[in-house]
Each structure stands twice: as structure tokens, then as C-alpha cells.
Design a protein around this ligand. Structure first.
Ligand code: FAD
Length: 411
């Protein structure tokens, strides 16, 4: 039999989900140092198609892991959203709404922290196949075979682990398309006012999503990262009709930017699928679990970095319990992803996506615009500020009702 390397835990993919799982695992159980390996098909720092917006929830996770964000970042303290029925101010009295990083630097920072904590990362190596046995998992990779007690599939929206163990399902794949534009920070509102902008008016033209404009730094130079998300894209081909349609909507959202000129420059556009949460999916089978995009993230906005950390934390708890002899721990992970705080949040976002991206979207945007206080609660809940997103449903509804009826503040 071919020789293999043996670990307690093999993680497919060293993006935020895989690295968060590894970091929470060694934090919870330092004795696992040297017994966890992450297999990564590229090598850090590697480019990742992503706008790099970290919501406050993600910053709380970094704090919890004792990681200082030491990469260039732009803090956003104001926000606005254009909707088919008017504008919404997303600002929260100067609170940070997002911290915008570049994923090559951010993910490399997480990889450094994981290595420092004793996690091995095998780079330029693809996970190819998975076989489960009664007492372990065998993972076939380009450099050879790895045997482990548990495999975490954190290999992104096109997850090989998901396909091998859980089967393929394409209908829960969204897509986002983006480009970066160099700007003069003194003449760009996103930099002058530390502001991000969203535009949902494309919903009226058949896009189930929104356009965004985020300030960011690339090699120290101010840029805008602009892009568009569609939860249910039509058949997507680079250079094809769907890409042109999305770019046209993005150009209409931000007419002051030179996006029209970029329309024909296909190489300036980067697009990538985002798998979104569907309550019908399962996330644990035998000794294999899924995390991050491989499992499914926010259907409404396509935000996935905070989910990656939440999944990583829950996965680490479940793996710790499993290694302690609790055979039901991985099934509990599946339950937590459905019914725990993250599952409930993603289910509500799926509910919101079904309504805000429906033929009756104007009605729902109108309802959402009725109360400024309720909007503030919505923004804080979405951002996970002060752990509001973990609050039991009845408390949240009570706060919402008080905000709408009495104008109560959250603070
Ligand atoms: C255009 C765009 C903009 C976005 N903007 C934001 C944003 O502003 N904020 C936000 O929170 N989210 C955003 N997202 C979503 C976010 O990028 C993802 O949700 C997030 O990257 C998920 O992390 P992950 O670790 O699950 O997957 P990934 O980041 O995709 O990491 C998976 C890793 O697995 C590796 N891999 C894949 N296949 C294999 C294999 N077979 N073997 C070994 N390794 C493998 C990959 O190289 C990668 O490093 C955006 C997405 C897109 C497309």
C-alpha cells in the first residue's frame, strides 16, 4: 500500500475558513500543534477575487484569536445604499462599518499566524480525492496521500471535497464580478468621507444583487474596488453576455467612474462564484465536514469572510469534542450550521434575498425604509456589532418592534 502522512486533522484549502478552523483548533487544544495540516493549491500570498470588506463580526473573531490586523487597510465609517425606492444612510454615528483589506495580504497574515501556532501548510498542492473508512479519512493530493481522523473541506465555492463526499449542486452558486480603479483620494468621496456605497437598483433590471464601491489600498496606492453580485446569475461566460450585462449595470450605478471605457477590457474584470447557504444542504458526512464557501455563505450580500470564521470556530469545537471521544460531535456541527446563531442568521438572509430580489422587491425596499431606527438595528445585526446577530429571535423582534413603534435606540 502507498505510504501516507498521518495527521489528526487534514484541512483542504488555506483560505479564511481553513485557516480559521486551524487557528481555533490550536487555540482550543494547543496539543494539536504539529498534528493539523492544511493543503492549499496555490501559495500565499496569492490573489483572491474578493472586495476584502471585513465586517465588525470578523474583527471580533480576529480579536478572539489574538490576531492583530497588521496589513494595509481602509476603515469605512459611513455608508449609503441606493435602492429602487430611494436612498438609505447606513452610517452608525461614526462606528466602523467595514475594514477593507486586500485578500492576498490578509490570507497570508492568517497563514503566518497558523504556521506560528504549529499548523503545517502544504502549498501548491491540490486535494484530488477523498475516501472514508470506519476509523479515518484518506485524502489523495498532488504530493501524495494524507490519512486523518477528520477532513475539513474548506476549499471554496468549487469545493472538490464537497463534490466527492456530498455530491454536486449548482443551483446555489452566485457570482460576483469586480475591478480596481486607481483614484485621487482627494477627489473621491469614498476616501474623503471614509464611505462605501451600495446600489440595489439593478434588482429592477433582473440582477438578484447589488453593485458596490469600496475604498482600498493596492501597494499603498488608493483605489476603488467596484463590483456587482448576482445571487442567481444566468449561464456565465467570461466575455459573454452575462458578464457584459453585469458590467453595464455596474457602470449605470457609478456613472462618474470610467467603467464604460473598461467594458471591452475583459482582462480588467475578475469574477468568481460564491456558494450561498441553503438549509437543505448538509455539512457533515461521516468524518468529513464543510466550512466557509464550501458549505455556503450569505445569500443576500455574498459576504463570506465572517461566515468563514464562524464556521471555523464551530468546526474547531466539534473536532475537539470528536477527538475527545464524542462520536456525535460532527453531526452536532451540522445542526449548529442549521440551527445555531450562524445558521439562523444565514436563514434570515436567505429569507431577505427571496423577498428583496423578488418581483415584489419595491414593496420590501419600501417596508425597509419606513423606520430609521429599524434600519440601524438591521445594519448592526448584519455587521454582528456587539454580537447582536447572536441574540435570540424573540429579543431581536422585540427590539425591532420597539424601534419601529417607539423610535427606541439600540444603545
Ligand atoms: C468579487 C467578490 C467579492 C467579494 N467580496 C467580499 C467582501 O467584501 N467581504 C466578504 O466577507 N466576502 C466577500 N466575498 C466572498 C469571500 O471572498 C468568500 O466568502 C471567502 O473567500 C470564503 O472563504 P473560504 O476560505 O471559504 O474560501 P476561499 O477564500 O475561496 O479559500 C479556499 C482556498 O482553497 C484553495 N483550494 C481550492 N480548491 C482546492 C483544492 N482542490 N485543493 C487544495 N486547495 C484548494 C483555494 O486556493 C483557496 O485558497 C467576495 C467574493 C467575490 C467573488
Amino acid at each position: 500500500m502507498e505510504s501516507s502522512r498521518k495527521f489528526d486533522v487534514v484541512i483542504a484549502g488555506a483560505g479564511p475558513a481553513g485557516l480559521a478552523t486551524a487557528l481555533y483548533l490550536v487555540k482550543r487544544r494547543p496539543s494539536l500543534a504539529g498534528r493539523i495540516v492544511a493543503i492549499e493549491k496555490s501559495a500565499h500570498p496569492r490573489f483572491k477575487v474578493c472586495a476584502g470588506g471585513l465586517i465588525p463580526k470578523t474583527m471580533l473573531a480576529l480579536d478572539e484569536l489574538g490576531i492583530t490586523l497588521d496589513v494595509p487597510a481602509v476603515e469605512v465609517t459611513r455608508g449609503e445604499a441606493a435602492t429602487p425606492v430611494g436612498g438609505v444612510d447606513l452610517s452608525r454615528n461614526g462606528d466602523v462599518l467595514a475594514t477593507v483589506i486586500r485578500r492576498d495580504q490578509f490570507d497570508a497574515m492568517l497563514a503566518r499566524a497558523a504556521r506560528d501556532a504549529g499548523v503545517e501548510i502544504v502549498e501548491r498542492s491540490r486535494v484530488l480525492d477523498v475516501a472514508q473508512y470506519a476509523d479515518g479519512v484518506r485524502v489523495g493530493t498532488e504530493p501524495g496521500i494524507f490519512d486523518a481522523q477528520i477532513l475539513v473541506g474548506a476549499d471554496g465555492s468549487g469545493s472538490r471535497v464537497r463534490r466527492a463526499v456530498f455530491g454536486a449542486r449548482k443551483e446555489t452558486i452566485g457570482r460576483a464580478l469586480m475591478t480596481d480603479i486607481a483614484v485621487d483620494p482627494e477627489r473621491t468621496p469614498e476616501f474623503i468621507e471614509q464611505r462605501y456605497r451600495f446600489d440595489f437598483r439593478c434588482v429592477s433590471h433582473g440582477i438578484n444583487g447589488y453593485s458596490w464601491s469600496f475604498p482600498c489600498l493596492i501597494g499603498g496606492a488608493p483605489h476603488l474596488n467596484v463590483g456587482i453580485y448576482d445571487q442567481r446569475p444566468r449561464e456565465f461566460t467570461e466575455n459573454g453576455g452575462e458578464q457584459s450585462r453585469m458590467v453595464a449595470e455596474l457602470a449605470a450605478a457609478f456613472p462618474e467612474l470610467p467603467l464604460d471605457g473598461l467594458r471591452r477590457h475583459a482582462t480588467r474584470w475578475r469574477s468568481f462564484p460564491i456558494r450561498w447557504f441553503d438549509a437543505r444542504d448538509s455539512y457533515a458526512r461521516g468524518r468529513v465536514i464543510l466550512a466557509g464557501d464550501a458549505a455556503g455563505v450569505d445569500p443576500l450580500m455574498g459576504e463570506g469572510i465572517s461566515c468563514a470564521f464562524e464556521h471555523g470556530k464551530l468546526a474547531a469545537n466539534a473536532i475537539g469534542q470528536f477527538l475527545d471521544g464524542d462520536n456525535a460531535a460532527l453531526a452536532d456541527y451540522d445542526r449548529a450550521l442549521h440551527d445555531g446563531a450562524v445558521g439562523k442568521k444565514l436563514s434570515r438572509l436567505a429569507f431577505a434575498a427571496r423577498h428583496f430580489y423578488s418581483p415584489h422587491h419595491k414593496l420590501f425596499f419600501r417596508i425597509a425604509s419606513v423606520s430609521r431606527r429599524a434600519q440601524e438595528i438591521g445594519v448592526d445585526w448584519y455587521n454582528g456589532a456587539r454580537h447582536l446577530d447572536e441574540m435570540p429571535t424573540r429579543h431581536l423582534i422585540a427590539r425591532w418592534a420597539r424601534a419601529v413603534l417607539l423610535g427606541d435606540s439600540l444603545r
